[in-house]
Each structure stands twice: as structure tokens, then as C-alpha cells.
Ligand binder design. Structure first.
Ligand code: SF4
Length: 361
């Protein structure tokens, strides 16, 4: 159902003037910076993004350098942010911009939407923040805030509901400050109108206009249907070491963590003696096998329940019977500088994965 949000505009803009967090991409909102930051901020908190953003912009300062960056460097810059398709699409879009759009991010909502990785929200954010075009940017934060203000129990996962919020907001966009208005809604959602029933209503500039607050329904809004259960997978991860080098391998180009480097592993949670037996069958003799404990990593649809072992080899991998076990052997420094290993393996990579700034130059 439609709602008139006109009255919230001046209160939100004034609040934003005094409460906006100082962020590099806000201080200098050139289109490239806004774009990169918005892609990083999908699924990731502002505090976590800050360091990544600075490093990315230092290494790839413009669309041209992004378009021409080597994949390994790109993935290294994104290492730890997850959802690596975001950075691959970022580069595809940069290449398309170089080829077809004169090297400039288009100042047009519909053209922005045609670029890889840019949907309605990101197009709205770039158009309004970088180009001052009066179009909304509706993400989960904005849906939560608007639906609470409207006291609405509509299901915010429905496209129809998102479209209606977008239409309600485009009607009342302040044409002199569209970027600030969109950011004020996002900022309110991120810092005051918090999810999971814990908003700081007493600090909210639109409390007097908020239906959910007055009707005491804040904790019931937004309405989302129950999420699907994630699939659980058990895995055994191996940190295999031989003469100060570690075994890594590249994942398949399709599916989860596509094309990224990983530590070897096998399906299931294997006990230490089973592992040693299995390795022996492949002609691998071990000097030491130590447990590295259990860990869990949650992806959007899958959970990995892992146990890990540090395996120190006694014989040369070239002498293994199983010739299918072809790994890349890299030293600690080479892994830090040249290979991006996702955070899913963090419990077992330990010191192998500290990101050095040297690596990113
Ligand atoms: Fe959100 Fe509370 Fe403000 Fe309403 S009053 S918009 S629920 S923070």
C-alpha cells in the first residue's frame, strides 16, 4: 500500500547534516568511488569496508585501471570481503564502460542498470549521490525504515512491495539534495533504525512521524517470511606442508567460491587415524598430523562444518602414487602476496593469510 513520506524529508536531511559518518566515498563522491563503495557495501558493514575501499582505490584509482587489472590482483584486493562475483562484475562493467561508454560511468539510471552487477539499488545510489539525479535507492535498510515509518506489515521480500516503496519515494525526492536524502535513509537504517527489534527510537529524528513507534509494532516490522534452511556440509580441510611450502589448489570456475584458491580438503569430517590411512593409500607418508580443531563458515545457502589438520609430509609429493593430487606448492610469502584464499579457510590458514600492503601494490 502506498504511503506519503513527504513529511520526513526535512527532518531526515537536517539529521543527516549533523550525524552522517565521515567516509572516504562521501567526502569525495565521484562516480567511481560511489560505485565501488556501494558494491563493497552489499552484504558488508561500513566499518569493515573502510580499509578495503582505501586499498582498492589506491591500487586501482579509476575505471581504466580496474578494467585492465589482472584477475589475481583483483581477487587479492577483495580477499575477505566474500561474494567474489561482485568484484568480477565490477571489472566486467568497467571493461564495458571503457569499450562502449567512453570510459565514464553513465549519468543515467536506465543505462547504469544495464551494466553487470548494477541493479536498481546501486543504480539509484550512483545516480543520486554522484550525479544528483532524483531517483530512490531502495535496499533492505531503506525498506525496514520506510515500512516502520508507515507502520506497514507488508512482506518486504515481495517485488511489488519494493516497487511501491520506490514509487512512494520518487514522488517525494528533494530535487536539490536527492543523494543526501537517499543516504539519510540508509544511514538511519544503519545507525538508528536497527534490525532485529533493537532500534534506537529515542534518537530518531522522525520518531514523531513513525507509525510503528506510536502503535508499538516496531519489533514486528519489517515482515519477511521465514528464510529457507541452509544446507549443511561436513568437510575436512588440510594444511599440507612440505619443506616450508604449502599445498593449495584452484577451485572450479563454476559454483561456490568459483576460481578462487583453497586449501585441499575432502568431504566429511574425518578422524585423524582415518586421514593418515587415506593418505598412506595415496602413497603419502606423514611426519606429523596435528588437529587444527573445528570451525564453521556460513555462506548464503550453505554452511560448512569443518575440521582441519596440519599435515607435515615426510616424502616428496612427486613420489605420491595418486597422480590426480596435483597441487600448487607455495611458500608463506607467495601465498600472502599472490594468492587469494577466501575467509572460509581462515581457521586453517592462520598466519598464511595476513594481507600485506606490499602484495596489493
Ligand atoms: Fe525506526 Fe524507531 Fe525511528 Fe520508527 S522511531 S523510524 S522504528 S528508529
Amino acid at each position: 500500500m502506498s504511503f506519503d513520506y513527504k513529511e520526513i524529508v526535512p527532518y531526515l536531511l537536517e539529521w543527516f547534516d549533523y550525524n552522517a559518518r565521515i567516509l572516504a566515498w562521501r567526502e569525495n563522491p565521484i562516480p567511481y568511488y560511489v560505485w565501488v563503495s556501494e558494491i563493497m557495501l552489499q552484504q558488508t558493514r561500513v566499518e569493515a569496508v573502510k580499509g578495503y575501499f582505501d586499498r582498492f582505490i589506491t591500487a586501482l584509482p579509476d575505471i581504466k585501471t580496474l578494467a585492465g587489472a589482472e584477475e589475481e590482483k583483483l581477487l587479492k584486493l577483495w580477499e575477505g570481503l566474500g561474494y567474489y562475483n561482485r568484484v568480477r562484475n565490477l571489472q566486467k562493467a568497467a571493461q564495458q564502460i571503457m569499450r562502449e561508454l567512453d570510459g565514464k560511468l553513465p549519468a543515467d539510471y536506465d543505462t547504469l542498470m544495464k551494466l553487470p552487477g548494477i541493479g536498481a539499488y546501486t543504480a539509484g545510489a550512483i545516480a543520486s549521490i554522484a550525479y544528483q539525479l532524483p531517483v530512490p535507492a531502495v535496499d533492505g535498510n531503506v525498506l525496514r525504515v520506510t515500512k516502520r515509518i508507515a507502520g506497514s506489515f507488508e512482506d518486504i521480500t515481495k517485488e511489488k512491495v519494493k516497487r511501491e516503496v520506490w514509487q512512494d519515494l520518487i514522488r517525494i525526492m528533494p530535487t536539490d539534495r536527492p543523494g543526501d536524502f537517499n543516504q539519510s535513509l540508509m544511514e538511519l537504517g544503519a545507525t538508528v533504525c536497527l534490525p532485529n527489534g533493537k532500534p534506537l527510537c529515542e534518537q530518531c529524528p522522525v520518531m514523531h512521524l513513525c507509525k510503528a513507534f506510536h502503535e508499538d509494532t516496531v519489533h514486528k516490522i519489517p515482515v519477511k517470511p521465514g528464510k529457507k534452511e541452509r544446507r549443511k556440509e561436513n568437510r575436512t580441510i588440510l594444511l599440507i606442508e612440505y619443506q616450508d611450502k604449502y599445498a593449495i589448489r584452484k577451485r572450479s570456475e563454476k559454483g561456490l567460491l568459483a576460481g578462487l584458491w583453497e586449501l585441499p580438503g575432502v568431504e566429511g569430517n574425518i578422524k585423524r587415524n582415518e586421514l593418515i590411512e587415506m593418505l598412506h593409500e595415496d602413497g603419502i607418508t606423514t611426519a606429523e598430523v596435528t588437529s587444527m580443531g573445528e570451525s564453521k563458515h556460513i555462506f548464503s545457502h550453505i554452511e560448512w562444518h569443518m575440521i582441519g589438520y596440519h599435515v607435515i609430509l615426510a616424502n616428496d609429493p612427486l613420489k605420491w602414487k595418486n597422480k590426480n593430487l596435483t597441487y600448487t606448492w607455495a611458500s608463506r610469502e607467495e601465498i600472502i602476496n599472490n594468492y587469494s584464499i577466501p575467509n572460509a579457510f581462515l581457521a586453517y590458514t592462520g598466519g598464511l593469510k595476513e594481507v600485506s600492503n606490499e602484495a596489493l601494490r
